[in-house]
Design a protein around this ligand. Structure first.
Ligand SMILES: NC(=O)c1ccc[n+]([C@@H]2O[C@H](COP(=O)([O-])OP(=O)(O)OC[C@H]3O[C@@H](n4cnc5c(N)ncnc54)[C@H](OP(=O)(O)O)[C@@H]3O)[C@@H](O)[C@H]2O)c1
Length: 248
């Protein structure tokens, strides 16, 4: 969808953009006119994703948990500036509480919370220099409600709190910081769950819209928050969940 190039001249980084929701977000920001860097660890997958995007899309392979690789990626970004950061990577460990060790928890928090903090910290000065800044953290409905999954849920709750803290700290620089909280999306990573009839029945009962989200349906909220239209919105969370959080 092209919305008249409202992000023309803007530079964006979307982490974890080779597939899934990150890919859809990158595709939409490019359609809106931004030059988009696609982050991820698999260079080949990133090249393929960039080629399939209509607009300006470039691969930026780096592991967000690797501090040196992150610094090198930002050295590239410093050359052309950065206006929009989408912290999309979110790792998950579905094992039970007893099976997840302290070290596992630390690794997950590193990817889902410490790395987004580091990326935002590095993005701030680049955005201040441009006089425009949008940081969008992809959390989850798990930031608000829980059904176990302690490590992931805690990381997403932390990311929601980080969003508010960064909004307060960066607002005077003209940088807004918001979250988008996905519900259940039919991404490749969720293929087994999508095939599970019990989950389809749960979503039919439990969401207002009665269905899984299609991956592209995440992108509109992110593109809106990245745009000038959202200039006075900061520290907020938009749930894109078919009504999961609202439905009783
Ligand atoms: N899908 C859903 O239903 C759903 C629901 C709620 C919340 N969310 C959240 O939405 C976000 C996207 O979810 P998704 O389902 O689209 O994820 P996904 O399909 O698992 O994709 C994650 C992407 O992140 C990259 N990645 C993973 N670890 C990385 C690292 N350390 N450094 C750099 N890149 C890394 C992966 O690429 P490589 O492996 O090639 O690096 C991959 O492209 C996550 O934050 C997730 O928690 C999703």
């Amino acid at each position: 969808m092209n919305t008249g190039g409202r992000l023309e001249g803007r530079v964006a980084l979307v982490t974890g953009a080779a597939r899934g929701l990150g890919y859809e977000i990158a595709k939409r920001l490019a359609a809106d006119g931004a030059a988009v860097f696609l982050g991820g660890r698999d260079s080949e997958a990133l090249h393929g994703a960039c080629e399939s995007i209509d607009g300006i899309a470039r691969p930026l392979p780096f592991d967000i948990t690797d501090a040196a690789a992150t610094a090198a990626a930002f050295a590239t970004l410093e050359e052309g500036g950065l206006d929009i950061l989408v912290n999309n990577v979110g790792e998950r460990d579905r094992r039970s509480l007893e099976d997840i060790t302290r070290a596992d928890m630390a690794r997950l928090l590193d990817a889902n919370l410490v790395a987004p903090f580091d990326l935002a910290r590095r993005a701030g000065p680049l955005m201040r220099a441009r006089g425009y800044g949008r940081i969008i953290n992809i959390t989850s409905i798990a930031a608000e409600i829980a059904r176990g999954d302690a490590a992931y849920t805690a990381s997403k709750g932390g990311l929601a709190a980080l969003t508010r803290a960064l909004a307060a700290e960066l607002g005077r620089d003209g940088i807004t910081v918001n979250s988008v909280a996905p519900g259940y999306f039919a991404t490749e990573a969720n293929a087994a769950m999508v095939a599970d009839k019990a989950i389809a029945e749960h979503l039919a009962r439990r969401t207002s819209l009665g269905r899984w989200g299609e991956p592209h349906e995440i992108a509109g909220a992110v593109a809106f928050l990245a745009s000038p239209d959202a200039s006075y919105i900061t520290g907020q969370s938009i749930a894109v969940d078919g009504g999961y959080l609202a439905h009783f």
